[in-house]
Design a protein around this ligand. Structure first.
Ligand SMILES: Cc1cc2nc3c(=O)[nH]c(=O)nc-3n(C[C@H](O)[C@H](O)[C@H](O)COP(=O)(O)O)c2cc1C
Length: 197
């Protein structure tokens, strides 16, 4: 298996997948990498649903995915990723103990929706853990956010308090794209004491 540094270096967004099925054990390892992610107050709001070839995938493609991206149709596994906002409700059984100082006073939408940016931030960390684990296991992945978020939830029957963030495509890569450009380190790192323009 690749080291973390190797996986970070090697990961690409993959948009061409082989039809080969992905063994369940590898998907389990990927989900486990998501489960181990850090989150504020250890809320762990991430929720994942694994969609393989079948009726649900067909409906996601027809109803929820925007445009006709071939990589979504090709991907043998789609992990739908979302955030459970009830983990932010004070005293709720899904919330971590002693989280009263940072949370919603009730499960009403107006209350819990205030915590969506935090929830999605934590879930995004878990998703990238999964993408890196996929690379380490020799698999390709791609985030896909060009979706109708509300419709994705509707198609899957998710309740309003679990908000869809992205699809994560997983499969064996049928392409080996070169690294995509990144801005230079000097452009993103401020020197100690430097005042940005
Ligand atoms: C939050 C997020 C949303 C993305 N949405 C899409 C998408 O809808 N479709 C797609 O093909 N790629 C999507 N990508 C992949 C990016 O285009 C890709 O990460 C970026 O171009 C850099 O390429 P690399 O991942 O190969 O380094 C998304 C990536 C992230 C992190």
């Amino acid at each position: 298996m690749l080291t973390v540094a190797e996986a970070i270096e090697k990961r690409r967004s993959i948009r061409k997948f082989k039809p080969d099925p992905v063994p369940d054990e590898l998907i389990d390892q990927i989900l486990e990498a998501g489960r181990l992610a850090p989150s504020g107050t250890n809320r762990q709001p991430w929720r994942f649903q694994v969609i393989r070839e079948g009726e649900l995938k067909k409906r996601l493609l027809e109803e929820a995915v925007i445009g006709d991206p071939p990589q979504v149709a090709q991907a043998p596994v789609i992990i739908v990723c979302g955030s459970e906002l009830l983990t932010f409700v004070k005293g709720h059984k899904l919330a971590p103990p002693n989280s009263d100082y940072f949370g919603a006073d009730s499960a009403e939408w107006e209350e819990i929706s205030k915590f969506l940016p935090d929830a999605h931030m934590y879930t995004a960390i878990a998703i990238e853990h999964m993408a890196l684990m996929a690379t380490a296991l020799g698999l390709g992945s791609c985030w896909v956010q060009r979706i109708r978020f509300g419709q994705t939830a509707k198609t899957l029957g998710w309740p309003r308090h679990i908000v869809v963030l992205t699809l994560l495509l997983i499969g064996y890569a049928d392409e080996d794209p070169p690294p995509r450009p990144r801005v230079r380190l000097e452009e993103i790192v401020l020197k100690e004491g430097q005042i940005p323009e």
